[in-house]
Design a protein around this ligand. Structure first.
Ligand code: KIV
Ligand code: ZN
Length: 388
């Protein structure tokens, strides 16, 4: 059975860093870039060099540092941007210029006060110019999610002729439904001449909470690159979360789609990005949230204690989390209490457990969570416990 490799294009340092208040200095970016390279991402989008001297410097230092991944720099379809990006990528082993332009009618009318023909012309010139500096040129059709498919196909065909190696189809505003986004990719595969020569890339935003679902719909329909960020950080509601798409593909092997990511490093990488960006992750965040492997209701706890697979579809160790947590609350049952008591040294008989459970419920009703120190108190108040 042949497997299909999905390239992971990480844009934590570019789209991710566009989050208000998440500015990183060059040193912090270098630490993250090194970690992303070690994690196994295929492309690191290091920044937008024309935007500031600091960003130029970061891209240039990352280009020197990164050993395995391609290093990519963003530009508009503007000559000066492309020249500056090329200069910042000078020392990259595998440089990529990511250039593009808005293609939806709203972008063409309101951003550029232009026409579809002029936008195609600018796109072609930008790709041709980028090709004079690097072989690997990715073209983005900004707001492709709201771009009419026939026009999108036309511009894609034109930039492929101009030498683009990767076609990025961004759902910039996070508007598409998964069926719609998947159909868009399928349409391009069927209608664009030369499409078999390039990699189609999904770049989805999360305004309706659909970024991950849309990216998966994209690869199921033939895209072979996903653009994403660690923890899903990014403009507005963020981008597709790297850890989510990687684990979806891993947990659904029948899709026959693989990435190069060492999943055991996902949790640590998430922690590193939280810390450097000063941006916490909500506890219920898939894969890396504090509660992603925590069980608190009695029925679930009982199941997980008997066999993890009853309520867990991922082995926490696969993403670098040591073990699932059995959290004690007023919703917990006897199985969970016995399990946690045993962990701190109390082996309980049935009668002892019944007594301890009564105390436990009284305390748990007055607290959000029963911690180990509370457990010791409960045990002290129950007769005839044998400490092991
Ligand atoms: O969301 C978007 O369209 C982008 C492009 C600049 C690639 O980030
Ligand atoms: Zn984006």
């Amino acid at each position: 059975m042949t497997t299909n490799k999905i390239e992971i294009f990480d844009t934590t340092l570019r789209d991710g860093e566009q989050v208000p208040g998440c500015k990183l200095d060059t040193q912090q970016k270098l630490v993250i870039a090194e970690r992303l390279d070690f994690l196994g991402v295929d492309v690191i989008e290091a920044g937008f060099p024309v935007s500031s001297p600091g960003d130029f410097n970061s891209v240039s230092e990352i280009a020197k540092l990164v050993k395995n991944a391609s290093v990519c720099a963003l530009t508009r379809a503007v000559e000066k941007d492309i020249e500056i990006a090329a200069a910042a990528l000078k020392f990259a082993k595998n440089p990529r210029i990511h250039t593009g332009i808005g293609t939806s009618d709203s972008h063409i009318k309101f951003k550029f006060n232009s026409t579809r023909d002029q936008v195609i012309h600018r796109a072609v010139l930008a790709v041709r110019y980028a090709k004079t500096f690097v072989h690997d040129v990715e073209f983005y059709a900004e707001d492709a999610g709201r771009t009419e498919n026939a026009f999108l196909a036309e511009i894609c065909e034109a930039v492929i002729k101009a030498g683009a190696t990767v076609l990025n189809i961004p759902d910039t505003t996070g508007y598409c439904l998964p069926e719609e986004y998947g159909a868009k990719i399928k349409y391009l595969k069927q209608h664009v001449k030369g499409i078999e020569k390039v990699v189609i890339s999904c770049h989805c935003h999360n305004d309706l909470g659909l970024a991950t679902a849309n990216s998966i719909a994209g690869v199921v329909n033939g895209a072979r690159q996903i653009e994403c960020t660690v923890n899903g950080i990014g403009e507005r509601a963020g981008n597709t979360a790297l850890e989510e798409v990687v684990m979806i593909l891993k947990q659904h092997p029948y899709l026959n789609l693989e990435t190069n990511i060492n999943t055991h490093l996902l949790y640590d990488t998430s922690m590193m990005v939280r810390e450097k960006m000063g941006m916490p992750v909500q506890p219920n965040k898939a894969i890396v949230g504090a509660n992603a492997f925590a069980h608190s209701s009695g029925i679930h706890q009982d199941g997980v204690i008997k066999n993890r697979e009853t309520y867990e579809i991922i082995n926490p160790e696969d993403v670098g989390v040591t073990e699932s947590a059995i959290v004690l609350t007023a919703r917990s049952g006897r199985a969970a209490l016995a399990y946690r008591a045993k962990k701190i040294g109390y082996e309980l008989t049935k009668i002892q457990l019944d007594k301890a459970y009564n105390y436990f419920l009284q305390l748990a009703d007055s607290k959000k969570e029963i911690k180990d120190n509370d457990l010791h108190t409960i045990m002290k108040n129950v007769d005839k416990f044998s400490k092991i």
